[in-house]
Design a protein around this ligand. Structure first.
Ligand code: ASP
Length: 357
C-alpha cells in the first residue's frame, strides 16, 4: 500500500509540468475573434511609397500573420465577413456582422471581438453595432490609414492594440470601441477628422475613452449614453432598414431637395445643417410639409465638425415637426433614425430617442 502511494505521488509530480503547460495555452489566454470586413488595413499597393492602393485585398489570416506577438496576448482566430473598401459598406453587411457578433459573444468560448474595417465609414459601423450588440464583452473596431504594403504601415500595431483591448477585463461593459493610432474612442462619440493622416480620428466633444500603448491600456471615462444590452434596438428578424437620406445644407439651399428625396422613397431625412442645424427658411417649410403630407421625419444635425444641435434655438422645432440630433453627427443620426423607424417609432417618441442614444 505504501509503495502504491509513493508511485502515485511520483506520477503526480511527473505530470505537473504537462498540466501546467496545458493550462498556459488553453485556459489563460482570452479567446478573441477577429472579423475582417476589408479597408485599407487589408489594402495593398504596387509600391511602398505610393499613396495609391486598392482597399480590401488581403485576407484575415495574412493580416494576423503580419502582427508579431499577437498570439502571446490572445488566442486569436479570424473570419472574413466581407472584403470591401468601407465606402462600399452596406446595411446587408452590417446585419450579417451584427448577427455573427451576437452569435459569437453568446458563446463561453469567445471573450471579445475585433472588427477590421476601412476608416471612411468605420464610425458608422461601430455606432450601428453599439446599438444592436447584446453583450458586455468588448467589441473593438480598427483599421489603418496606410495600406499593408506601405512604408511604416500602422495596421499591424493597430490590430495588436485592438486585440489587447478586446482581451482586457476593464474593457467589458464599455460598448463598442474604435481604436486606431494608440487611441480608444467610444463608437458614438468618434468621427474621422482627417482624410489622410494616421491621427485621423477624434471624439471632438467628449474626448477619448482611453489610450493604448503596445497593448498596455487604460480608460479615462465611461460612455454616457445608452447602448448594448440596455438598448431597445436589435437586429433579430431584421433583413433591411428603412431608407433615410442625408442632405448637406449650404447658402441659398433649394427646398426642392427635400421633395426629391421624399419622391425617391426616403422615410426620414437628416439635414447636415449650417451652424446649429439651420437651413434656409424655404427648406424648413419643405421639411414641415414633408412630415405633414408624407410622414417623413426630418432630423436637424450639422455640417460643423463639433458642437450640439439644440432644440428651439432660432425657431420652435414643434412648429416644423423637426427633431434635433444633439451631438450625433449626420451619418450617425441617420443610423439612429433608421433603427427607430424600423421599430415603428413615431415623431412624438423621436426626440427622446435622440436624447438617449
Ligand atoms: N477607403 C478606405 C476604406 O474606408 C480608407 C481606409 O480604410 O482608410 O476602406
Amino acid at each position: 500500500m505504501k509503495r502504491f502511494k509513493i508511485i502515485v505521488l511520483l506520477l503526480g509530480i511527473a505530470l505537473l509540468p504537462i498540466r501546467g503547460f496545458a493550462q498556459d495555452t488553453d485556459t489563460e489566454l482570452p479567446n478573441i475573434k477577429i472579423l475582417a470586413t476589408g479597408g485599407t488595413i487589408a489594402g495593398s499597393a504596387a509600391s511602398a511609397t505610393s499613396g495609391s492602393y486598392s482597399a480590401g485585398q488581403i485576407g484575415i489570416q495574412t493580416m494576423i500573420n503580419a502582427v508579431p506577438g499577437i498570439k502571446k496576448i490572445a488566442d486569436v482566430s479570424g473570419e472574413q465577413v466581407s472584403n470591401v473598401g468601407s465606402q462600399d459598406m452596406t446595411v446587408e453587411i452590417w446585419l450579417k456582422l451584427a448577427n455573427r457578433i451576437n452569435e459569437l459573444l453568446a458563446s463561453d468560448d469567445v471573450d471579445g471581438i475585433v472588427v477590421t474595417h476601412g476608416t471612411d465609414t468605420q464610425e458608422e459601423t461601430a455606432y450601428f453595432l453599439s446599438l444592436v450588440v447584446k453583450s458586455d464583452k468588448p467589441v473593438v473596431t480598427t483599421g489603418s490609414m496606410r495600406s499593408s504594403t506601405s512604408i511604416s504601415a500602422e495596421g499591424p500595431l493597430n490590430l495588436y492594440n485592438a486585440v489587447a483591448i478586446a482581451a482586457d477585463e476593464n474593457a467589458k461593459g464599455k460598448g463598442v470601441m474604435l481604436s486606431l493610432n494608440d487611441q480608444i474612442h467610444n463608437a458614438r462619440d468618434v468621427s474621422k477628422m482627417n482624410t489622410t493622416n494616421v491621427n485621423s480620428f477624434a471624439s471632438p466633444i467628449k474626448g477619448m475613452l482611453g489610450g493604448v500603448f503596445y497593448g498596455r491600456l487604460g480608460f479615462f471615462r465611461e460612455p454616457n449614453t445608452k447602448f448594448g444590452k440596455t438598448s431597445e434596438f436589435s437586429v433579430t428578424g431584421i433583413t433591411k432598414l428603412p431608407r433615410v437620406d442625408i442632405i448637406y445644407a449650404y447658402t441659398d439651399m433649394s427646398p426642392d431637395l427635400i421633395d426629391m428625396h421624399v419622391k425617391a422613397g426616403a422615410e426620414g431625412i437628416v439635414i447636415a445643417g449650417v451652424g446649429n442645424g439651420n437651413m434656409t427658411e424655404a427648406t424648413l417649410k419643405a421639411a414641415k410639409k414633408a412630415y405633414e403630407d408624407h410622414g417623413v421625419i426630418i432630423v436637424r444635425s450639422t455640417r460643423v465638425a463639433t458642437g450640439w444641435v439644440l432644440r428651439d434655438n432660432e425657431f420652435k422645432d414643434d412648429d416644423y415637426h423637426t427633431v434635433v440630433s444633439g451631438d450625433l453627427n449626420p451619418a450617425k443620426a441617420r443610423i439612429l433614425l433608421m433603427l427607430s423607424l424600423s421599430k415603428g417609432k413615431k415623431l412624438t417618441e423621436m426626440q427622446q430617442l435622440f436624447d438617449t442614444y
